[in-house]
Write a protein that binds this ligand. Structure first.
Ligand SMILES: Nc1ncnc2c1ncn2[C@@H]1O[C@H](COP(=O)(O)OP(=O)(O)OP(=O)(O)O)[C@@H](O)[C@H]1O
Ligand SMILES: [Mg+2]
Length: 257
């Protein structure tokens, strides 16, 4: 059996008094889509930044594509990352940006040009490909960010809110693209607040709350944890598992007499 694409072992990140990610232990099988959910500030982006070697864990360990995240150079060739704010250059055109990134990844020009044109076409960006990114709309920037994250066909792609700012048609294209890449054995680690997206795509879902993994399972198992039972939506399940935590955390209020 292939080793898991991602393995986390008690992964922890503290910022001063704040524990952003606490003792995260899980694995993601190769070629699967892992939906990473959690309320604002739960620690999703921090986890992705550790897994993509952009920030060091305070403690714990992780392997991505079989390589320890402590060894940055061994991990980065095998991963792609769409951060919350994609790193793109306002001065370049969309096409130039993608060619630049392909160059950094040492892709042969002919092959990468072919992929770039196909992706620009897929995301309806061909007509704007020669326009400066500085003049792009939010959704257009997001599309460039996504394309550059998967252009080199990494073993593992980390996508932080990939449908952010996309119109319904582009969001559909994004979902289809993610499904297709997973079919081609790319492992996708996907964080989003749009629950139908993970419901449709994820093989497995993890719910983070205050840095802790509070629920994990396939979409159906997770839904069964909501009170609505078999009719529950993923939203019901999400609210149920995060609500339980809020209640646990609430200090007992003594009635004043
Ligand atoms: N560089 C930093 N310095 C200090 N605290 C940080 C830093 N980055 C994140 N945090 C804290 O870590 C916690 C988790 O933040 P994170 O950005 O990982 O959340 P998130 O789950 O991605 O939230 P969102 O859904 O809003 O994107 C928050 O309390 C945040 O304030
Ligand atoms: Mg985030």
């Amino acid at each position: 059996m292939a080793p898991p694409a991602i393995e986390m072992e008690a992964l922890t990140k503290r910022y001063g008094e704040t524990t952003a990610v606490s003792n995260l232990t899980t694995t993601v099988p190769e070629g699967s889509v892992y939906g990473f959910l959690g309320p604002n500030g739960a620690g999703k982006t921090t986890t992705m930044r550790m897994l993509t070697t952009l920030t060091r864990p305070t403690s714990g360990a992780a392997r991505v594509a079989g390589r320890s995240i402590q060894n940055r150079e061994s991990v980065t060739p095998h991963i792609g990352y769409l951060p919350e704010d994609p790193p793109i250059y306002d001065e370049l055109t969309g096409r130039e940006q993608l060619r630049y990134v392909a160059g950094l990844r040492d892709l042969p020009a002919e092959e990468s040009d072919e992929r770039i044109e196909a992706m620009l076409d897929r995301f309806d960006l061909l007509a704007d490909a020669n326009k400066r990114i500085g003049d792009y709309s939010k959704g257009m920037r997001q599309k460039v960010g996504v394309i550059q994250a998967v252009l080199h066909r990494p073993a593992v792609a980390f996508l932080d809110e990939p449908t952010s700012g996309l119109d319904p048609r582009a969001a559909r294209t994004m979902r289809d693209t993610i499904a297709e890449l997973a079919d081609q054995d790319m492992t996708i680690f996907l964080s989003t607040h749009i629950l139908p997206v993970v419901d449709e795509l994820a093989d497995r879902i993890g719910v983070l709350h205050d840095g802790e993994l509070v629920a994990e399972g396939d979409p159906e198992t997770l839904k069964s944890r909501a009170e609505a039972g078999e009719h529950a939506s993923l939203e019901d399940a999400f609210l149920a598992v995060t609500q339980e935590r809020e209640e646990d955390a609430e200090p007992t209020v003594q009635p004043s007499t």
